[in-house]
Each structure stands twice: as C-alpha cells, then as structure tokens.
Design a protein around this ligand. Structure first.
Ligand SMILES: Cc1cc2nc3c(=O)[nH]c(=O)nc-3n(C[C@H](O)[C@H](O)[C@H](O)COP(=O)(O)OP(=O)(O)OC[C@H]3O[C@@H](n4cnc5c(N)ncnc54)[C@H](O)[C@@H]3O)c2cc1C
Ligand SMILES: Cc1cc2nc3c(=O)[nH]c(=O)nc-3n(C[C@H](O)[C@H](O)[C@H](O)COP(=O)(O)O)c2cc1C
Length: 786
C-alpha cells in the first residue's frame, strides 16, 4: 500500500514505523512542516501502562524511550505552606523533542520516507495514496476540510494556561498552588530530562484578566509566574519555547471529539488520528498516550486483516469503533480532572485542609478510588485515615490503624452517629390510615441492626391530604405517634443506630396509587381521590394527574401548622433526627422550582421569593424541634430540565436554608418534572453535594448510586460530603454496612452480639475471595511479563 501520514507528531510517526515494520513492502511517507529537530512543547508524560503497550509493539523504540525517559512515582502538593507527598503513581516523562527524534530515527531505519519542512496543503495532493493518515494535530486542516463528514465537536474551556519550562529539577510530579489578591493559580510541574522540567501555569479567565495578563507579552508573563511561584522555583528562571506563538501565549484548552473518524475522497481513504480526532486535557496528561494507542490499534487491525487496499474500509470502521470506547472513557476522566482544576480555586483551595485537598486532587478524575490509593501508597493512605479519624474526634491508639472514613463517627448538635452511612428514606406504601405497622418495625429494625449510623424512615406525611398514596405513613394523629414511638424505642433498645424521620407533604404528587396497584406510581387513584395543593395549579403527569390548587395564604398557614405539629410528634416519638423534604416535586419543592411555581405574588418569581414559603415552614419547625437535635433538608439540586433548578441555584437554596438554621443539605435531584433528562452513573449526584458543601459552607449528605464501601470512602475522604445515604442497596441487603465492612476487610466493625458467628464466617469468605483475586492478578501480571 502507499500510505501518506500528514503530520509527523507521535501518532503519524509511530503508525508509520509500526506499518513499515509489519510489512516492509509498504511505501510510507510522513510529511512534516517543521524541521526534524524543531518542535514545540517541553516534556510529555504517559503512564507505565502506555510504556508496556509500546514494549509489546516495538521493543526497540520502547527500549530507547526507556533509556531517555524519567520515571517517577511520587506526586507532591505545595499549598498554603504545606508540602504533602504520596507515592505509587507511576509516570514516565520524556522531552517531546527526544520522543520525536527516537521515532524519526526508527522510521528512517525501517525505510519510512520523512519529508520535513513541507506544509501539506491537503489530501488531494496525494491522489495515488491508498491511505492518508490525518495526523496533523489539534488544528487539523483535514478535519476542517471534511467537517461535514467528521462532525467535530470542539469545546473551548474557560481556564487559561501557559506552557513554560525551567532548569530547576523536581523529583516528583509537583502541583503548586498560590493565591493572589484576585484568586488562585496552579502549576503542573514535571521533570522530563536531566536538565529540564515542564512548568505549566493555569488559572481561571477572570483571575487572568484581573492581573492584566491578556495585555502581557511572553516576557512579562514569565516574570509574573516567576514571582508568583518564587518559593517553588527557589530562584530558578522560567523560560518559553513557544516563540512562534504571537501575543500573550496563554492558551485555552480545546476538547475535540469527532462523530466520524474516516472518509473516502474519491481516490484515497482518509483517517484521523491523535489530536486531530480527540484531545485530552493535560490534567491527566494523556494526549500522547491516546495518539500512540491510536497508531497501535490501527496497525494491529491491518496485521490481522491483511496489508492490502481492499481491507481498508473494514479496518477503518473497526478502528473507529474500537478506539471510540477507550477514547471516550479517557476523555471523561480527563474532563473530570480538567473541571477539578477549573473550580479548585473557588471550591477547594481555601476550603479544604492540606491532606484532604491532596486526597481530592489525587481522585480528581474519579478513576482512582480509596482502595486504589491504598494499593498505590498504603502508608500515605493510612496516615490520611488517621488524620480523618482524628478530625472526626476518634482517638485511635498509635499501634492500631485508623478506620476507613465511612466508619468514623459524625456529630451534629448533640447527636453522634457511630458511622457515616445513612439508610436513605424509602417509601414502602404499607401504612394503614397513616399509621406505620409491624411491617415498618421489622423493616426499619432490620436495617438498624445492619450497621448504618442513621436509619431514616420513609417520608412521614403531615396530613392525610399530604400523603402520596393511601399506603403512606403520616404524623398527624395520636395513633401515628404511638406507632412511630414503638419503632424508635425498639431501634434504640436493640441497636446503636440513630433514628430519623423525614417530614413532607406530597403536594401535586398526592392522591396516587401505590406502585403495584391501579395505574401505578404517580397515577391518580381509580377512585376516592382527594384535592391537591401545590405552589401553583398544574398536572404532574400532563393529561393524567389531577390539577393542583395554588395555595392561598390560609392554606399555607394551615400546612405550616401541620408541619409544626408533626415535628412535635416526631420528637415525642423519639426521633433523633428530622429531615424536611423539599425535593422531588412534593409540596415544598413545588415552591422552589420555577417549573412548578408560576405564582405572581411574593411566593413566586425570583428564587428568593420561591424560597419564602419553604423557609417559613423550616423556621417554624426549627423553633419547636429540640435545639440538641439536627435537621437536614432534602433538595432536588438539579431539575435536569432546561429552565429548572441548576446546581448553581442549589448552592443559593442551600445558603438560604443554612441561614435559616438548617444543619445539613441532603443532595438529591430530579423528579420535579417529567421532562427531566437525568444523567445517571456511579455516584451521579455527589457533585451536587460537593459543590454545596464547599460553596455554601454547609455539611451535606451525598446520595444516589453509592453502592460500595469504596464509593462512600472516597466521597467522604475527599470532603465531597459528610454522610453517604444508601437507598436501593439497603432494599437488597439490610446489613449493607456490615457486609461492606467485611468485604474490605475492616474487621473491627462491631456486629450485634447475637450475630457474631455470622461476622466471622462472612469475614473469612471475603478474605478468601480477596486472596484469590490478588493471586489471579499476580499470575496475570506474570503472564503479561512473559
Ligand atoms: C503545549 C502542549 C503540551 C502537551 N503536553 C502533553 C503531556 O505532557 N502529555 C501528553 O500526553 N500529551 C501532551 N500534549 C498533547 C500531545 O502533545 C498531543 O496529544 C500529541 O502530541 C498528539 O500527537 P499527534 O501526533 O496527534 O499530534 P501533534 O503532536 O500535534 O503532531 C501534529 C504534527 O503535525 C504537523 N502538521 C500539522 N499540520 C501540518 C501540515 N499541514 N503539513 C505538515 N505538517 C503538519 C505539526 O507540525 C505537528 O508536528 C501536549 C500538547 C501541547 C500543545
Ligand atoms: C423504593 C424507594 C422509595 C423511596 N422513597 C423516598 C422517600 O420516601 N423520600 C425520599 O426523600 N426519597 C425516597 N427515595 C429516594 C431514595 O432515598 C434515594 O434518594 C434514591 O433511591 C437514590 O439512592 P440509591 O441510588 O442508593 O437508591 C426512594 C427510593 C426508592 C428506591
């Protein structure tokens, strides 16, 4: 085949050499506009895993790279006068020039034609090529030419960064953070040869503008950065090698994705590779890794399908399918890491103490979990866990390891939870005339024995009219109080869990069927419906639900009085914790969301107005709820509908409740409008808990798809929330907390004394499973080495 690679970066060169090595008869040319030894950029990093991959595919280049690269394990943080270091992270750094020179030399040795200082005008100049590789980088001309086919999606991010170098040598991948009068700057620092270190400086656009850096030339920018990072640099100079860039040389990262990766131009097949088709933010330094792996996959496909023109269409289709999955996964991780650096100045730098800031930074891509950090550096994680436990008020003797974060206690007002796991409220629809029954005693009792620190009962409705279904429990009659007291007493007598009651009014979602009867969930009762109250008149299910009545001032007073009476009863019943349900489209939530509140009086319009009634209820409840007991507020932190509540609004909502005396925000989302388009995934609502906790400065509960100890530990350790609520996993397993403790080998976890025989058995089963998994992993690693 005749192959032309337009662009002699890592992807074009590596693909050329792999193809020539596999099939020397190929006629391969690489066209590069720069001189052979002339290239932008300082060092690039990639992981040990990429090196392993290169070793398999061309041992010779891998060996040369290995000789030239700098390997390091440690990550060091410098912030607020502290230096924190952890190990086991395994990176490889190499000068971009050096890398390209190795690849160029290997290409020449194999017989690839390298044409330097030639600007390719386009694919049409190579009509006799069977295959044209568009490896022409982020500003790919070929991608632009065929943009109707490739459909590129390019997002320009708000942070500004400048790519600098220094001769000061650092022995760890270092992140340094400095605050100015206008905000925080961060630097990403890594050595890539025995003389030089890459030094990227980054900050938000508004901080950059406030310092007038948009007006600064390169010298002035360098002088600014040298002064700002003087402590880190220890007197060393910074330098640029981007003289070709005009203006300030501060860039915005562009994230590139393409819908289609290849086309046929009438003569040749044209395919995008490397930065031309996808970019990954330098926060996880993987652009080169992706470029190299594109080359490996495409060359491998030719190896297995044949080295002839006729296989090209099938090979290119498969290349796109295969690479798209890996690239998207990496781009997602890179996106998380990039966003972390975009918001860290506002969200984490001032708020988190050094060790927790380090933890948050290390887990920024959300690919590295708590147990993964333990594998990387058990000593550092052990110290971190001790720091966390100490802050939780737990005195752990020096000779004993501290418990993982989820097993540390948490105190709010006069209530101390033995650990950070909460059984999230879950409607069971089995109450009779608003009274919980033996079913609730058994259901909640079992979960109290199951190890969680706080067990919430399902929403208790403040009136018969406020019930979601006829099967929902309430707190509006003396018999309800007695039934709840029986449950609270049992939990307190038989376990050391605390008992929480969630108070709510179903609003426009009331008077509906229990899920397994009639029309099912959210559908009005076949008969015996009662009128609905809400912020405004609307149907939750358009054309199906009853239409709610907009509450009058009298209605509001009456409902407030019901909340107050229910709160008094919850206290008398012995609940330790109260939660006000202001989420999921129920009555109080209907006031907060602009999708359901269309009032034109003082309770509608601005967010402050929409919050007025829910805050009135909150304050009235707080007045009668004992000072020593906490109240959390559950909100829908995202309506997932254009024009609805956004996570930024949720911060304002949380601030308002905090000011009114709320102790904690339970960060749920959605269920306000049927038009919602939620984006589900592991821990998908945790970003809301994180943002609210840092920006509104109030403790939070994270909830939603938290299904393993590893999830809970990483959320708590990074300070993304103070408690983790777990719902559906508790339906399957009342003893979720005990099970997860055994699964991760946390054996100090106490069990109810009558269950202790089960504890030993479960712990040894999981221990065996862990040992087997470790053994399997070790043999897989040995097999890969061989
Ligand atoms: C400043 C900077 C720092 C980076 N740091 C890292 C890092 O630390 N780790 C990491 O993994 N990645 C890093 N990257 C990303 C990394 O450089 C790229 O992801 C990687 O080089 C992509 O390889 P590529 O071959 O696709 O494109 P490139 O390396 O961009 O190569 C494209 C080549 O095509 C040439 N070219 C373009 N158009 C034409 C034309 N019309 N005719 C002839 N030649 C042409 C260009 O001169 C260039 O040499 C960095 C990128 C930049 C810009
Ligand atoms: C059967 C069921 C009933 C629920 N009832 C309530 C409820 O009464 N009050 C409430 O705030 N959330 C309720 N939820 C939502 C859960 O508390 C939780 O926020 C949600 O299920 C996400 O957590 P998970 O992914 O751990 O299940 C319910 C969820 C389920 C599955």
């Amino acid at each position: 085949m005749k192959i032309v690679c337009i662009g002699g970066g890592p992807s074009g060169l590596y693909f050329a050499l792999l193809m020539k090595q596999a099939h020397p008869a190929h006629d391969i040319t690489v066209i590069e506009r720069n001189k052979p030894y002339d290239t932008f950029g300082w060092g690039v990093v990639f992981s040990d895993a990429t090196m392993d991959n290169m070793r398999i595919h061309d041992p010779q280049t891998a060996a040369e790279i290995q000789q030239a690269f700098n390997h390091w394990d440690d990550i060091e943080l410098e912030i607020k006068g502290q230096r924190i270091r952890s190990g086991g992270h395994g990176f490889v750094g190499i000068g971009r020039k050096k890398l390209l020179n190795i690849l160029q030399a290997r290409c020449e040795e194999l017989g690839v034609k390298l044409v330097f200082e030639m600007e390719a005008q386009g694919d049409q100049d190579y009509p006799d090529a069977d295959l044209i590789i568009a490896s022409d980088g982020i500003n790919s001309r070929i991608r632009s030419k065929y943009q109707d086919v490739f459909k590129p999606d390019i997002v320009v991010r708000p942070n500004r960064y400048i790519w600098l170098g220094t001769h000061k040598l650092f022995d760890a991948f270092t992140f340094a953070f400095e605050k100015t009068e206008h905000g925080w700057f961060q630097s990403h620092i890594y050595k890539f040869d025995d003389k030089t270190t890459t030094f990227i400086v980054e900050c938000p656009e508004h901080v950059w503008l406030a310092h007038g850096l948009d007006q600064a030339d390169q010298e002035q920018s360098i002088a600014f950065c040298e002064q700002l990072f003087a402590k880190t640099l220890g007197g060393a100079k910074l330098m640029t090698n981007a003289r070709h860039l005009r203006g300030s040389a501060w860039l915005n990262f562009q994230r590139v994705k393409c819908e289609q990766w290849h086309t046929f131009n009438g003569n040749s097949h044209v395919v995008l590779m490397g930065d031309a088709v996808h970019t990954a933010h330098f926060a996880i330094g993987s652009g080169t890794k992706l470029a190299i792996e594109d080359a490996i996959v495409l060359a491998n496909l030719f190896r297995s399908h044949g080295q002839t023109r006729d296989v090209i269409p099938g090979v290119l289709a498969q290349y796109q399918t295969e690479r798209n999955v890996d690239v998207l996964r990496l781009q997602n991780a890179a996106w998380n890491a990039m966003e972390w650096f975009e918001v860290c100045g506002e969200r984490y730098c001032d708020q988190l103490d050094g060790p927790q800031f380090m933890y948050s930074m290390l887990t920024r891509s959300q690919r590295i979990s708590h147990e993964n950090l333990r594998l990387r550096d058990a000593r550092w994680l052990g110290e971190f866990e001790r720091w966390f436990a100490d802050r939780a008020g737990l005195a752990v003797p020096a000779e004993r390891p501290a418990p993982p974060p989820m097993f540390t206690p948490y105190t709010l007002r006069d209530v101390t939870l033995k650990n950070r796991i909460v059984v999230s409220p879950m409607a069971q629809y089995l109450a009779v005339d608003g009274a919980p029954t033996d079913y609730h005693l058994v259901h909640l009792g079992a979960r109290a024995l199951g190890g969680a620190g706080l067990v919430f009962a399902e929403m208790a409705c403040v009136s018969a009219q406020g019930r979601i279904t006829p099967g929902c429990p309430g707190l509006y009659a003396p018999e309800h109080l007695a039934a709840w007291r029986r449950i609270a007493d049992w939990i307190h007598a038989q376990s050391d869990a605390k008992f929480g009651i969630q108070l709510g009014h179903a609003g426009a979602k009331a008077s509906t069927c229990v899920p397994w009867e009639g029309g099912g969930i959210d559908h009005p009762l076949p008969e015996g419906n009662w009128p609905l109250l809400a912020a405004s008149g609307y149907q939750y299910l358009e054309g199906v639900s009853q239409t709610s009545q907009a509450m009058t001032r009298e209605d509001m007073d009456a409902v407030t009085a019901q909340f107050v009476a229910a709160a008094r009863m919850a206290d008398e019943a012995g609940a330790d914790w109260l939660e006000l349900h202001c989420a999921h489209g129920y009555l109080l939530s209907s006031f907060i969301s602009p999708l359901t509140n269309t009032r034109s009086d003082a309770y509608g319009g601005s967010l402050a107005n929409r919050l007025r009634y829910p805050l009135e209820v909150f304050r009235a409840v707080r007045r009668v709820w004992p000072q020593g007991k906490p109240i959390s507020v559950r909100i829908s932190a995202h309506d997932w509908v254009e024009g609805g509540i956004t996570p930024a609004d949720a911060v304002a909502v949380a601030r308002a409740f905090k000011e009114a005396g709320a102790d904690m925000i339970d960060c749920s989302s959605g269920q306000v409008s049927k038009k919602e388009k939620p984006v589900y995934g592991r821990m998908f609502q945790t970003p809301f808990a994180d943002r609210i906790r840092q920006e509104a400065g109030i403790p939070t509960i994270a909830v939603g798809a938290i299904s393993e100890a590893d999830h809970a530990n990483s959320i708590l350790a990074a300070g993304r929330a103070d408690l983790c609520a777990v719902a559906r996993p508790h339906l399957a397993n009342p003893a979720w907390t005990l099970t997860e403790a055994a699964k991760i080998g946390y054996t100090p976890q106490p069990w109810p004394k009558q269950y202790r025989a089960g504890k030993q058995q479960m712990e040894s089963i999981f221990q065996r499973e862990r040992a087997q998994a470790a053994q399997a992993q070790a043999s897989a690693a040995r097999a890969a080495e061989a």
